[in-house]
Design a protein around this ligand. Structure first.
Ligand SMILES: [Zn+2]
Length: 560
């Protein structure tokens, strides 16, 4: 983290005494009862510091999922929950919710070749030409299937879009593009913003639902918004998945380089550029290619376990205490890499010991309140976020209170301790019926709402709140914006850029004594006020009409 000088000491001292700046100056206009306001004032930046310091200590070895350091972090958080007197909401009366995981490592015996009806077979080179995982979690499987080009591979009734047009793709391998049809029209795939339909995870899921044997995604730097190296690095070595629970999966979930796709099209007598353009039309129809994928998938399979840490504070209203508001923050990070020379511990101070420290202060403040909100409040520190939001996905599938009764999830992930924020980021809050309350509360805290600066990158789909949104729970993350007190906007952007370039997912994401946690405490208080209000409102929060998660909420409401 950037070195900070003495002036922030004064702020620290001020915030230590009573109220951090900025914050609500009086209770009248905040919809908080006196007891809630008093409880909120217990949130203390120095206690967040203490949690961050411990959780990112070298002794915790980077809190890797399935590693000893990760398990110690979980035990630490569970112990804190117990000390606050919160009710355990994990398995068998404990705070730990067991998350069954499976590690899959593709082995060198794997072969992957394109076999055209006419012409020579092309054997593809792993990592250079393609990456592929077998989602069935079996050590071996064989695929010998025709390839069908399905454009973007999207079925989106709300945009009157269906790339499959009723064509039966069971047992086929689907060649498809990442992202979604380009548009500037906010009513068509949200214009430039990425919707979930554009994410590669959606493409795999939709193909599996349709019974396909495999998917080959065409990688294009511009469309994916990241280079092949990123695909290559995140698809080599062991990758973790939730243990299967009967959902459809693919035998081959693959990406290929653009050039490989070009050759594949050519061997089928097609031109890739033309195929890509054709996919932009609503009238697009799947194109069966006279080429087969012949793959022998060999993987090492490792079953292991990690834990979400879940606690609950029961609501005060007999009718509403079976409903809840949820707070989440992942505790896992990238762990330790014993074979790596030099500093090989990924301490994850910013990412996400800060979120855990905030979550723990929220839990403590709620537990100290002289009066409780009507609904229950759940605190969940989830695992395996860095493995692909797996802990939160498991929590969404197995919530301690049915998803349809959870009014809101507020998530915290990576809140750099840089001082006093004058902005807050709540991307996705505007998708929910709660947004007017979020705006009003931000006003009370004298925080300007900073809009998502890269909606086309789809950040909303890359953090734990998304796992809860998928099961219909209105969800968003709370973060600091870019403008900090005493600095111009450029300073904030410089800090963010520096962090991304030098510390993000690096061993240097470490705790420093000169970090200023005032802002993390402000973000905690802001979330406390929102959560308390959501837990007290007469009605459950919903999605705005037409939002892509509205259907999931309705599905979950129908499940009595
Ligand atoms: Zn994170």
């Amino acid at each position: 983290m950037p070195k900070r000088l003495a002036p922030c000491l004064l702020v620290l001292l001020l915030s230590f005494t009573l109220i951090a700046e900025p914050g609500p100056s009086h209770t009248a206009s905040l919809h908080l009862p006196r007891a809630a306001f008093a409880a909120m004032q217990h949130i203390n930046p120095e206690r967040i510091r203490a949690h961050v310091r411990f959780l990112s200590h070298d002794l915790l070895e980077g809190r890797g999922t399935g590693q000893r350091g990760g398990d110690i972090a979980a035990e630490y958080i569970a112990t804190e929950f117990a000390l606050f007197g919160l009710q355990p909401a994990g398995h068998d009366g404990t705070y730990l919710q067991k998350v069954p995981l499976v590690g899959v490592t593709p082995l060198p015996e794997t072969t992957f070749s394109l076999v055209p009806e006419h012409g020579a077979t092309k054997e593809l080179k792993p990592l250079d030409d393609y990456v592929a995982y077998n989602q069935t979690q079996q050590p071996e499987s064989n695929v010998d299937a025709q390839i069908v080009y399905v454009g973007y591979g999207i079925v989106a009734p709300e945009y009157h879009w269906d790339d499959f047009k009723g064509v039966d793709v069971r047992g086929k391998v689907l060649l498809m593009l990442v992202n979604e049809p380009p548009s500037d029209d906010m009513n068509f795939f949200k214009g430039k913003a990425l919707t979930y339909y554009g994410r590669w995870t959606y493409k795999y899921e939709e193909a599996a639902r349709k019974g396909a044997a495999g998917v080959i995604l065409v990688h294009q730097t511009a469309m994916a918004s990241y280079p092949w190296e990123v695909v290559r690095n995140s698809n080599s070595g062991e990758k973790s998945f939730l243990a299967l629970e009967g959902q459809p999966v693919l035998e081959v979930a693959a990406w290929v380089q653009l050039d490989v796709a070009r050759q594949l099209a050519l061997s089928a007598g097609q031109d890739l550029e033309k195929l890509m353009l054709d996919a932009r039309s609503r009238d697009f129809h799947p194109v069966p290619l006279p080429v087969k994928l012949k793959a022998h998938m060999v993987s090492k399979i490792r079953h292991f376990e990690s834990n979400n840490v879940v606690a609950m504070l029961r609501g005060s209203n007999p009718a509403r205490k079976n409903e809840a508001v949820l707070y989440t923050a992942h505790y896992d990070h990238l762990g330790i890499r014993p074979d790596m020379p030099g500093d090989n511990i990924y301490n994850g101070a910013d990412d996400n010991a800060t979120g855990c420290g905030i979550l723990l202060e929220l839990a403590r403040a709620f537990s100290l309140a002289a009066q409780r909100p009507a609904r229950s409040v759940i605190f969940a520190s989830v695992t395996a976020e860095e493995q692909g939001l797996l802990g939160s996905e498991y929590l969404g599938e197995h919530p301690p209170v049915p998803a349809r009764k959870i009014s809101l999830d507020l998530n915290y992930d990576d809140l750099p301790p840089l001082g006093v924020p004058e902005e807050v980021e709540v991307s996705g809050a505007d998708r929910t019926t709660f947004y007017p309350a979020v705006q009003a509360t931000a006003g009370e805290f004298r925080l300007a709402i900073r809009p998502d600066s890269h909606p086309e990158a789809g950040h909303y789909y890359r953090s734990d709140h998304f796992s809860l949104a998928r099961v219909g729970i209105p969800s968003f993350s709370i973060g600091e914006g870019m403008k900090y007190k005493g600095h111009d906007l450029a300073w904030g952007f410089d800090r963010a850029e520096e962090y991304t370039a030098k510390h993000y997912h690096q061993p240097s994401d470490e705790y420093h004594a000169d970090m200023d946690f005032t802002g993390d405490a402000v973000m905690a208080r802001f979330g406390f006020a929102l959560g308390w209000e959501a837990a007290s409102l007469p009605r459950l929060i919903g999605w705005q009409k037409g939002d892509e998660f509205e259907a999931a909420r309705l599905r979950s409401a129908a499940r009595k």
